[in-house]
Design a protein around this ligand. Structure first.
Ligand code: GLU
Length: 487
């Protein structure tokens, strides 16, 4: 196998999880680094849990993250189809090869019989492995069972494969990430490779597909390690070349339990809906198990690809620190050029009538409100006062600021003077300077003067630069709001 070919093989039983996104990223980086190919295969053998919406979500999320595949269901390729449910005619042929070679056998056990075996094992406090009851059925016995209407499943004969290719019942391989891994295969039991309904099981379909798609390196989560041992034996039984394997540590929540919904978003699309930038998300995900050689953590994927070495991936679990993601996201927001940011913020401003602002006003609003944004959706609550004729006053702003005598004096003076001002930022800046000066002479602190104006115009005591806010709103709206605040 000279060409590097890697793949990501998600099961569409949910939206694309960040863990799968990380696996996809490391495969993608490995392909880029080695001038290889990155393949997308959809593993939809479990029809009940599969949905087209999840398939679409997987495509969209990977694309949004910039993890474009060279071969896959939509783009095709030499080794398609790339959707398992379209490959069902391929698997029986290989199951037959294993049957012919004696590495597999038909199993006629009913679910009830298997259940009894399991219960007996539990009663004896033993780990359950299939009894191999059907291993040596004669042709007559099989014919008899078929005549009874039983349809066989096909089981892989672990012990036979192990014995044929390894001197002891221990199987080992050199993992690209974790080093040598070993397992006693006696404990596996002869697992089903083809169900009685003719559908392949995961461990079988994945080997056949990876083999036929000429996958050279399989990089996936460590939860698949026990599958890998089984899969190696299937490759060997088929006489196929065994690919190299690399298993990534798991991603844990800050409390070190499995990352799940209760910790926050887990699907890439959920992060996007919350206002995370995919560039930030993918950069963050890359750091779950990998670190840049120069210590510079903010890095676009292309730069990471240059620096990436699979042997340097940490073999231990990584913690998904939402705080760090937030920090990174705010950094990426700061790096966005204004036009891109304006576009990206629009979905989060849907509750406002953006047509109230012309392009220059919208640009300025974004300029003066972007600084504190951690996620894009923070904009929603940061800008209500830029819209509408009137403004909602927070109750404590009313009592603590607007109701005071000082504020009322400030607002009356402001209304009287500002009606003659030109509401252009530079001019407003000068006028407000003078205005504050007049009140300062009366013993009112400049901060207090501005507070009163801000409270009347925005309904809040904190917010965007005041001069810019006044200029964006324009004289009519500002004076109207100030009049409303005067008793
Ligand atoms: N469909 C499997 C999953 O989503 C793929 C595992 C593998 O990479 O082999 O877990």
């Amino acid at each position: 196998m000279s060409e590097v070919r890697v793949r990501i093989a998600p099961s569409p039983s949910g939206n694309l999880h960040v863990g799968t996104a990380r696996t996809a990223l490391f495969n993608y980086l490995f392909a880029k680094k080695n001038n290889g190919k990155f393949v997308l295969r959809i593993e939809d053998t479990d029809a009940e849990r599969t949905s087209q919406a999840y398939i679409d979500n997987i495509f969209d999320s990977l694309k949004a993250l910039g993890l474009n595949w060279d071969e896959g269901p939509d783009v095709g390729g030499e080794y398609g189809p790339y959707t398992q449910s379209e490959r069902f005619d391929i698997y029986p042929k290989y199951a037959q090869i294993l049957l012919d070679k004696g590495f597999a056998y038909e199993c006629f056990c009913t679910p009830e019989e298997l259940e009894q075996e399991k219960e007996a094992a539990t009663a004896n406090k033993q780990a359950y492995v299939y009894s191999k009851k059907c291993e040596n059925l004669t042709d007559e016995e099989k014919a008899q069972l078929r005549a009874e209407g039983r349809k066989p499943a096909i089981r892989f004969n672990i012990a036979k494969a192990q014995k044929a290719f390894h001197p002891t019942s221990e199987l080992s391989f050199d993992d690209l990430v974790k080093g040598e891994l070993k397992q006693n295969t006696d404990l596996f039991g002869d697992f089903v490779i083809m169900k009685s309904n003719g559908a392949p099981t995961y461990n079988f379909a994945v080997v056949i597909d990876d083999m036929l798609m000429k996958i050279s390196h399989i990089i996936r989560g460590e939860d698949h390690i026990s599958n890998t041992f089984k899969q190696i034996l299937i490759y060997e039984a088929l006489g196929a070349e065994v690919p190299k394997f690399g298993h990534l540590g798991m991603i844990l929540a800050p409390d070190r339990s499995k990352l799940s919904k209760r910790h926050g978003a887990t699907a890439v699309s959920e992060f996007v809906e919350k206002g995370y930038l995919t560039d930030a998300l993918i950069n963050f995900v890359a750091l779950l198990g990998w670190s840049p050689s120069d210590g510079e953590e903010i890095k676009p994927v292309d730069a990471i690809a240059q620096d990436f070495r699979i042997g340097e991936i940490s073999s231990s679990n990584s913690i998904f620190e939402y705080d760090k993601l937030n920090w990174m996201n705010s950094h990426y927001i700061k790096m966005l050029d204004i036009e891109t940011l304006k576009e990206k913020l629009k979905p989060f401003l849907a509750k406002y009538d953006l047509s109230e602002l012309n392009d220059a006003q919208y640009t300025r609003m974004v300029e003066v409100t972007r600084e504190p944004l951690v996620i894009l959706s923070d904009i929603t609550d940061a800008v209500p006062y830029f819209f509408g004729e009137t403004v909602e006053i927070e109750p404590e702003v009313q009592t603590e600021v607007l109701d005071t005598e000082v504020s009322q004096d400030v607002l009356k003076a402001f209304a009287a003077q500002a009606k003659d001002w030109e509401f252009e930022e530079e001019n407003l800046h000068e006028k407000l300077e003078v205005f504050r000066g007049e009140f300062k002479e009366k013993g009112i602190k400049p901060k207090q003067t501005m507070w009163a104006i801000r409270a009347a115009v925005t309904g809040r005591t904190r917010g965007a630069d005041m001069t810019a806010t006044l200029a964006i709103l324009g004289k009519d709206k500002v004076l109207k709001r100030v009049e409303n605040a005067i008793k």
